[in-house]
Write a protein that binds this ligand. Structure first.
Ligand code: NAP
Ligand code: ZN
Length: 372
């Protein structure tokens, strides 16, 4: 197995430590022909809920046979990184290294990995492993695997020099996508693309997107390229012009009751990407019969929906998490074909706290990416 060769500085450090320490060698894996080399991974971690991210190093241990190590070049900041940082969902473990919209090159591969090569450019999203044996995995719905590992849940994510994941969760980046902009496709992008496949959305469908942030702006581009008539619901007047350029045909105010009333019976599908409570019953009123209100944004407050409108309109209310590796690969090809690079703003990794404040301020247009 190839050792991880990162950069001159690390090699120098390794040479000096190697002489005096035998813990670097692991000869246990049967197919290994060379020892695995352990090097501390440098990352940014918070130690308390909502705390600042600080330099942090950890020992990743030996690389498992089915894993790869990615040298991180770029990493998007998703709102889920913020929610995890703040422990909004009660599942964060500290020290916490965020980052699950990774683009980088393969730096090391485990002994059993055959479909990826050292140096290949890849991406990693929300999931970093799947059981591959449950019904969902066997049906190709890996993103529904109940024991899938989250890249930033109980393990360290991509705000780091390297990140590790099971090879099956890592997807090659096709030519035609800008690596500096592609990271957000691996979480935000697949999340808004997946419903188009799941619900067999047609070019004749009328689809609305609520919230034009990281997820929402990518949804506008995908839906437009899919052929749909696209409506953007935004609470930010300053985004109206850009939303039209990014693929919307119509713009409505997501908090204006009159505009919602005027849109009654309009949409086959609404994708909600906001994490706040809106007047969901009014949104149900904008659906056509058999229409669907689909939640992608992690709204924490319970939905208070009137059963009568669901019954009379035969409406659907649903949600979905990211997408499978196969769907991610399909989405990347679709994005490359239609030149749907996310609209990004870039910060250096050592500016991560500034970047997070900027995202919290609501000023991001439309996805922040940390780049080297
Ligand atoms: P984001 O970039 O912060 O965008 C959220 C958008 O929601 C904002 O840009 C804003 O759009 C709108 N919004 C925010 N506060 C609002 C308010 N008070 N009233 C009305 N609209 C408001 O976040 P993101 O990264 O796109 O993530 C969005 C949500 O999706 C988060 O909850 C995240 O955790 C979740 N998520 C879910 C999945 C999944 O698998 N289902 C995957 C990734 C992320 P306007 O300015 O246009 O109103
Ligand atoms: Zn995400």
């Amino acid at each position: 197995m190839m050792a991880s060769l990162r950069n001159r500085k690390l090699l120098d450090k390794l040479a000096s430590v190697f002489d005096s320490c035998s813990r670097f060698c692991d000869f246990n894996t049967s197919r290994q022909t060379e020892p695995t080399i352990f090097i501390m991974i440098k990352a940014y971690a918070a130690t308390t809920p909502g705390g600042k991210l600080e330099s942090f190093e950890y020992d990743p241990g030996s690389l498992a046979a089915g894993e790869v190590e990615i040298n991180v070049e770029h990493c998007g900041i998703c709102h889920s990184d913020l929610s995890m940082l703040n422990n909004d969902w009660g599942i964060t473990q500290y020290p916490f290294v965020p980052g699950h919209e990774v683009v980088g090159t393969i730096g090391a591969i485990g002994a059993d990995v055959t479909h990826l090569k050292i140096g290949q450019r890849v991406g990693l999203g929300w999931h970093s492993d799947y059981c591959c044996t449950c019904g969902s995995c066997l049906e190709g719905d890996h993103n529904l695997c109940l024991t899938a590992n989250g890249t930033i849940i109980g393990r360290h994510g991509g705000f780091a020099e390297q990140v590790r994941a099971s090879a099956i969760s890592v997807v090659a980046l096709p030519d035609g996508l800008d690596p500096a902009k592609a990271g957000p496709l691996f979480c935000g992008g697949i999340t808004v693309f997946n419903p188009l496949i799941q619900f067999d959305i047609k070019p004749t469908s009328k689809v609305a997107v609520i919230g034009i942030g990281g997820l929402g702006h990518m949804a506008l581009g995908f839906l437009n390229a899919w052929g749909c008539e696209v409506t953007a619901f935004t609470s930010s007047d300053s985004k109206r012009e850009e939303a039209l350029q990014m693929g919307a045909h119509h713009i409505l105010n997501s908090r204006n009751a009159d505009e919602l009333t005027a849109a009654a019976g309009s949409f086959d599908l609404i994708l909600s990407t906001v994490n706040v409570k809106l007047d969901w019953n009014s949104y149900l009123g904008t659906l056509k019969p058999k229409g669907r209100l689909h939640f992608l944004g992690a709204t924490l407050e319970p939905l208070d929906l009137g059963a009568m409108s669901l019954i009379t309109g035969q409406l659907n209310v649903s949600g979905s998490p990211v997408g499978s590796p196969a769907s991610i690969a399909k989405m990347l090809d679709f994005a490359a074909l239609h030149q749907l690079d996310p609209v990004t703003e870039h910060f250096r990794f050592d500016q991560v706290n500034q970047a997070i404040e900027y995202l919290e301020s609501g000023k991001a247009r439309y996805r922040i990416v940390l780049s080297r």
